[in-house]
Design a protein around this ligand. Structure first.
Ligand code: SF4
Ligand code: SF4
Length: 372
């Protein structure tokens, strides 16, 4: 294991910039820590922590200068790899001829993501299965993924809504990183996930970590597991949810749910999208755009001339059951990585862990009743 001091992290980021990478990292904006373009290590949120709960998020001042002393804001890497709106193609009419210039796949250039969390890395793996796991990979998505350099950060300060430990996705980075860091008071423990990551750690002046530093890292991560804000019993989740599709809890949650779609926007694994065609008034240009969609909207289930999920009860059940059950049938993995964002950013504080626990609490009784 390597050790990198704060200046070393600065050197590593400067090298990435010199190689032409755009840095995307956490920074404070509008009272929130968002992922955005940063220039250097000084743009990271030093000494800033956060308090998260159902429907609650606020920043707090920490009594140290740690730059990753928080769990996460509303962003994962999703909106950079799978933008909320993306032009798929344009057709123009000039002098009676139609022209269709090829779409510029991944034209944004190479990006280095700084400070993605273990749950975010797992979420990217989930989206990889969707966008480039099939016979027709999405070229623009694949170009953005191939151009990405990823610096993951192990979580030492999990949020009040996190449950990655239950989902097996955190708090330690295990997949999808070039370099993974654990922040200590005086610098960072660093692990290379790729040869390029190892080379950059060397070039940035890292040294072998001392046994004391390694032990401190282990202590912080063990402590993070104990202080996870939420937990979820994941045993036989697909069976539980399929058995209980008529459970009264669905009607109960529908009374509270506003069908606003916040949860699907902040969820790092949600991939549903719509394709919209737009023709200008002169009839000269037609544009096809892919836009994020949400299973909480009525029109999402428009099929053969009608909507098939008209009630909020049906839409919430669809969302939660897809995440924890049918996603596994489709992609061989859970659609939830336990980041807790849907709990934090739900305006009425609906908590997926509570909803699943409520269904599990009287699983046998309701399933029997329905089957009777
Ligand atoms: S369902 Fe909620 S907790 Fe799970 S990955 Fe999506 S936002 Fe995170
Ligand atoms: S569960 Fe919360 S965030 Fe999701 S649609 Fe309902 S009210 Fe909005």
């Amino acid at each position: 294991m390597r050790f990198l001091d704060r200046e070393g992290l600065g050197s590593l980021l400067a090298r990435l910039v010199a190689e032409g990478y755009e840095l995307i990292g956490p920074t404070v904006r509008d009272g929130t820590i968002v992922l955005d373009r940063i220039e250097a290590v000084d743009d990271l949120p030093a000494g800033v922590g956060e308090v998260e709960g159902p429907g609650t998020y606020r920043l707090v001042r920490r009594d140290d200068r740690r730059v990753f002393g928080f769990a996460h804001g509303p962003d994962a890497g999703k909106r950079f790899l799978f933008p909320s709106s993306e032009v798929l193609g344009t057709i123009g009419r000039r002098n009676g001829h139609l022209t269709a210039p090829p779409a510029e796949a991944g034209a944004e250039g190479r990006r280095a993501f700084v400070g993605l969390r273990p749950c975010d890395l797992h979420a990217i793996e989930v989206q990889d299965r969707v966008f480039r796991g099939g016979p027709e990979p999405d070229a623009a998505y694949a170009a953005r993924r191939d151009g990405a350099f990823v610096i993951g950060v192990n979580c030492t300060a999990p949020g009040g809504t996190c449950f990655c430990d239950s989902m097996g996705t955190g708090p330690v980075c295990t997949v999808g990183f070039d370099v993974a860091l654990t922040e200590l008071d005086h610098g960072f423990l660093a692990t290379a996930g790729t040869a390029r990551g190892g080379d950059l750690l060397e070039e940035a002046g890292s040294r072998e970590a001392t046994p004391g530093e390694a032990a401190e890292g282990h202590r912080l991560l063990a402590n993070a597991r104990v202080h996870m804000g939420r937990s979820l019993d994941t045993s036989d989740l697909p069976g539980l949810l399929y058995r209980n599709r008529r459970h009264p809890r669905w009607a109960d949650v529908a009374e509270r749910c506003l069908a606003c779609g916040n949860c699907t926007s902040v969820c790092p694994t949600c991939f549903c999208h719509d394709v919209v065609d737009d023709v200008d008034l002169a009839g000269e240009t037609a544009t096809r755009v892919r836009e994020w969609a949400s299973c909480f909207s009525v029109e999402f289930s428009h099929t053969a001339g009608m909507e098939v999920r008209t009630s909020r009860e049906a839409r919430y059940r669809q969302w939660l059951t897809h995440k924890f059950a049918s996603w596994i049938d489709q992609f061989g993995t859970s659609g939830c990585v336990g980041c807790g964002r849907c709990i934090t950013w739900c305006p009425v504080g609906i908590d997926v862990t509570e909803e699943v626990a409520a269904i599990r609490a009287d699983d046998g009784a309701v399933a029997l009743e329905v089957g009777a």
